[in-house]
Design a protein around this ligand. Structure first.
Ligand SMILES: C[S@@+](CC[C@H](N)C(=O)[O-])C[C@H]1O[C@@H](n2cnc3c(N)ncnc32)[C@H](O)[C@@H]1O
Length: 285
């Protein structure tokens, strides 16, 4: 913007033509940091301040509020349960894609599944985001296990992500990493209002039990699992939170079951009692 243009823009603001954009003050940011730590166990670093500001500004506009402090105040009201969940949704990072960290899926297909002993074979996708991870698992299980019974439980703290996941509708670009034979068998090309999208086949969608679950809160009864995918979520937790979570996760694994974390995460320094199989993959003896 040239100096002349800047003067015109500022002049308009002075004349009351353009709204002043609220700034997220440090003390306000600290309230949001504390909020998400208490609600989800997520540690937001100071570097996330611009990100938080840009995500929350929409809500300030929606309610026509002038400061982040006012928005925080609103969320804390007892009658604002929906907005509370909306804030949790906005403060979580949901990046994911189909067949992310392909090695895990190869390992499942070539080593873990062939050695299975009991049925139904049960997998938990413990931070399932928009569903890409559990649907990738479902395609693989459907293909490898044929008619043998299997179950996938997929959980997340974000209701917005769970809604997207249950629909199973994704832009065509998201199919990039899905093998053509899986696309043919388990996905349908969108038509009319779903043009440019693909839909996970209803039979596969119905096989996944999508549920709200806060990993750092009370858990509903889930049963025990042969494999637990806990990927790209512990990066947001501090050491104590991770320690507690891993103890609870290990308790949900069947004997001989596997815990799969992300290649970018580590269990170093955590007394988990599992055996190391290969980087990011552990099993219970
Ligand atoms: C970066 S995504 C990872 C998705 C997938 N596991 C993957 O690796 O592609 C992290 C997910 O963890 C969820 N999450 C964050 N904190 C959580 C918590 N306390 N309980 C359950 N889910 C949580 C977020 O909502 C988000 O969908």
């Amino acid at each position: 913007m040239s100096l002349a243009q800047a003067k015109v823009a500022l002049g308009r603001q002075e004349a009351g033509h353009e709204p002043v954009v609220p700034v997220l003050e440090d003390k306000e940011f600290r309230k949001f940091q504390k909020f998400i730590y208490e609600a989800a166990g997520i540690s937001l670093s100071d570097a996330k301040k611009p990100l938080v500001s840009s995500r929350l500004i929409r809500r300030l506009r929606h309610y026509e509020l002038n400061s982040f402090g006012e928005y925080f105040h609103l969320v804390m009201r007892a009658d604002q349960a929906e907005e509370f969940q909306c804030l949790v949704d906005l403060l979580t990072t949901n990046e994911t894609y189909f067949f992310r960290e392909e090695k895990h899926f190869d390992l499942l297909r070539t080593q873990i599944l062939p050695a299975r002993e009991a049925y139904p074979y049960r997998i938990w996708s413990a931070a399932s985001s928009n569903g890409s991870e559990p649907y990738s698992l479902a395609m693989l299980l459907a293909d490898e296990l044929g008619t043998a019974p299997w179950e996938i439980v997929a959980t997340d703290i974000s209701q917005r992500m769970l809604e997207t996941a249950r629909k199973g509708l994704y832009p065509l670009e998201a199919a990039e990493k899905i093998a053509p034979e899986y696309l043919n068998k388990y996905c349908r090309k969108g038509v009319r209002s779903q043009q440019g999208m693909f839909l996970i086949d209803a039979a596969l969608r119905n096989k996944i039990d999508f549920r709200y679950l806060n990993l750092n809160g009370a858990w509903p009864e889930l049963g025990y699992f042969d494999v637990i995918f806990l990927r790209n979520v512990m990066i947001y937790f501090d050491r104590d939170t991770k320690k507690e979570l891993i103890a609870r996760i290990v308790a949900r694994l069947n004997r001989g079951g596997y815990l799969i974390i992300s290649h970018t995460e580590t269990l170093n320094g955590i007394d988990h009692g599992l055996k190391f199989m290969c980087p990011s993959v552990y099993y219970k003896n």
